[in-house]
Design a binder for this molecule. Structure first.
Ligand SMILES: Nc1ncnc2c1ncn2[C@@H]1O[C@H](COP(=O)(O)OP(=O)(O)OP(=O)(O)O)[C@@H](O)[C@H]1O
Length: 340
């Protein structure tokens, strides 16, 4: 089932939370909506679910205008961070619930069989008789997914489903969710503010800022070719140096960089901490003095000050031997120059 959002707008009283968002989700695709808090992710998801109406624009499920499809007929399965399981029902009863109340009637035997299949799918075989209070948070979210899948949804909507869990459990669950998605191929829209989660999981990442899509692409595209400074900063640790563009060249201290296509004037040169090599050759990089060297399990993080007083941070191998106070040149491997 493909989903198409066409210039969708949502305003809460006077505040516009979603500004004309257009997005095509292909059948079987796993798309992550990624953005900072308040960027409109949940509002978009709720409009796709039919829990919220758009003020303008259209949402299509396949060839049908979703506005005409009541929520319970949309064939949507949800998993929300706080979409609690029924505490007084066992895990198996929770999973069976949707099937029991569905318009599609199934025999008790069919339901039991389907519950067993789903328990095995989410790797909780044997835990069907436990109550939600007797399993871990990660297991509860797996039950929530099994419950969402029980009614054979055409679309799966997940809103920060692993948000309340600790980092290691989250990492395991996202790998697991990806393999379930590969097995079932259900069109999935996943909301997260966690960059790594979106990049790990999704076929396509849609980055939102203040209710607008600022970039969409594969994880590789958004990482390697950020559309602007916001995307670059939002996706991970970023250093910024002031630059001046003149005739297609950006000057930063003693260095010039290619800036074809940019207009003359101020700009920012952005780069990742992993994209720096320390050099003793003044033609190679921006002059800097080491302030501190911090140790990490597999690397060293260097804090250095450039000539105009900006602090930059970069990662080097554990055998980096330069000491605090040493001056040298920070060679920037993948400089990106942006203008407002
Ligand atoms: N029912 C509502 N009434 C008024 N304002 C709302 C309502 N729901 C959301 N908003 C506002 O709309 C904006 C977008 O909210 P939304 O929940 O979609 O953001 P989000 O990107 O999902 O954020 P988070 O990651 O914090 O959940 C926010 O500024 C929020 O305060």
């Amino acid at each position: 089932m493909n989903i198409r959002l066409d210039s969708v707008v949502k305003t809460f009283e006077t505040f516009r939370a979603v500004h004309g968002v257009s997005l095509d989700i292909q059948s079987g695709e796993l798309v992550a909506l990624l953005g900072p808090s308040g960027s409109g992710k949940t509002t978009i998801l709720r409009m796709v679910a039919g829990l919220e109406y758009s003020d303008d624009g259209h949402i299509h499920f396949g060839d049908e205008d979703a506005t005409d499809i009541p929520v319970r007929d949309r064939g949507v399965g949800f998993v929300f961070q706080h979409y609690a399981l029924f505490p007084h029902m066992t895990v198996a009863e929770n999973i069976a619930f949707g099937m029991k109340v569905s318009k599609v009637k199934r025999s008790a035997q069919d339901i039991d069989k389907r519950v067993d299949e789903l328990l095995n799918l989410v790797q909780l075989g044997g835990l069907g008789t436990r109550f939600p209070g007797q399993i871990s948070g990660g297991q509860r979210q797996r039950v929530a997914l099994a419950r969402a899948l029980a009614v054979d949804p055409r679309v799966l909507l997940l809103d920060e489903p692993f948000g309340a869990l600790d980092a290691n459990v989250r990492r395991d669950l996202r790998r697991w969710l990806r393999s379930i998605h590969d097995e079932l191929g259900i069109t999935t829209l996943f909301v997260t503010h966690d960059q790594e989660e979106a990049l790990d999981l999704a076929d396509r990442v849609v980055i939102l800022d203040k209710g607008r899509i600022v970039q969409q692409g594969t994880p590789e595209e958004v990482c390697r070719h950020p559309a602007n400074a916001f995307v670059m900063r939002f996706l991970g640790d970023t250093n910024a140096l002031n630059a001046k563009v003149e005739s297609g060249k950006a000057t930063v201290a003693n260095m010039t960089y290619d800036a074809q296509g940019l207009s003359d004037g101020p700009a920012e040169l952005l780069f990742r901490p992993t994209d720096v090599m320390w050099s003793e050759d003044p033609t190679k990089g921006v002059v800097a003095t080491i302030l501190r060297v911090l140790d990490r399990p597999g690397s060293r993080r260097v804090l250095a000050k450039t000539a105009d007083g900006t602090t930059i941070e970069f990662d080097v191998s554990p055998d980096f031997a330069y000491l605090k106070g040493t001056s040298g040149f920070a060679e920037i491997l993948r400089p990106r120059i942006f203008q407002n």
